[in-house]
Design a protein around this ligand. Structure first.
Ligand code: DC
Length: 236
């Protein structure tokens, strides 16, 4: 289930695999990948399928950045940013309210600060412990936040495909966009996410790679489901 939504009826996934949910303490699915690779849609679909709680961890960085922007606080003071990060309420996060480009840019600046990351990772780990299971998506879930997660997926797609998806999405909502500018933005964000010293974006050694460049969301979901069902059976 996504944050803020009501508990869903028993999940079809584990039940279909013949697993008694009551035997599961908790079960975490870690999903990482670059921006616009489709991991958000995939994560929500997986959480719904299994009746698990879902956290889009990018929103925790965005909420911290928005709070700093709203309060007119500086972006170069790690102690101030950490204090704000510790006050972020996970239950109130909403992507529509945090989707502005300006907030994304500010989020990527504070995401390089180790004290901010520590504060948010602590909150994300508390979320990951919820029962009966959790789906967390972000950049460092399988490597840092939940290194013991029984399922790790690394969802990616070529920069061209990701830029094209973002471009089509904006046009689909009636907006206007410049493909070349979006393409450059995607490449810049990849560099920043993969190049930072603290918790750079990279697949965990034991992550399953899902390249969605030439895959529909349905095909990606079915591939993920096979991996998750197999892991749930092993954990039963
Ligand atoms: O996925 P997003 O665009 O909402 O993420 C916003 C910023 O937060 C982006 O710069 C990457 C960063 N981030 C991170 O460093 N670690 C995460 N687990 C999630 C997001």
């Amino acid at each position: 289930m996504s944050l803020g939504s009501r508990p869903k009826p028993p999940p079809p996934g584990p039940a279909a695999a013949g697993i008694d949910r009551m035997t599961l303490k908790t079960f975490t699915i870690a999903i990482d990948g670059p921006a616009a690779a489709g991991k958000g849609t995939l994560s929500r679909r997986i959480a719904e399928q299994y009746g698990f709680h879902h956290l889009d961890t990018g929103l925790t960085y965005r909420a911290t950045a928005k709070a700093l922007l709203d309060a007119g606080l500086p972006f170069d003071d790690e102690a101030v940013a950490e204090k704000i990060a510790r006050e972020v309420e996970l239950a109130g996060l909403d992507r529509d309210m945090l989707s502005k480009h300006e907030i994304g840019e500010a989020a990527s600046k504070i995401a390089v600060m180790p004290p901010v990351r520590r504060a948010l990772v602590e909150a994300q780990r508390r979320f990951a412990a919820k029962t009966p299971g959790t789906v967390l998506d972000g950049r460092d879930i399988g490597t840092v936040v939940c290194p013991d997660a029984p399922v790790k997926l690394y969802v990616t797609a070529s920069p061209e495909v990701r830029a094209r998806r973002r471009y089509d999405e904006i046009l689909g909502k009636g907006g206007t966009a410049d493909f070349d500018a979006i393409f450059e933005d995607v490449k810049r964000r990849d560099e920043r996410d993969m190049g930072r010293a603290d918790s750079p974006l990279k697949p965990a050694d034991d992550a399953h790679l899902l390249d969605t460049s030439e895959m529909s969301i349905e095909a990606a979901f079915q591939a993920a489901k096979s991996i998750i069902d197999a892991a749930l059976s092993r954990n039963a």
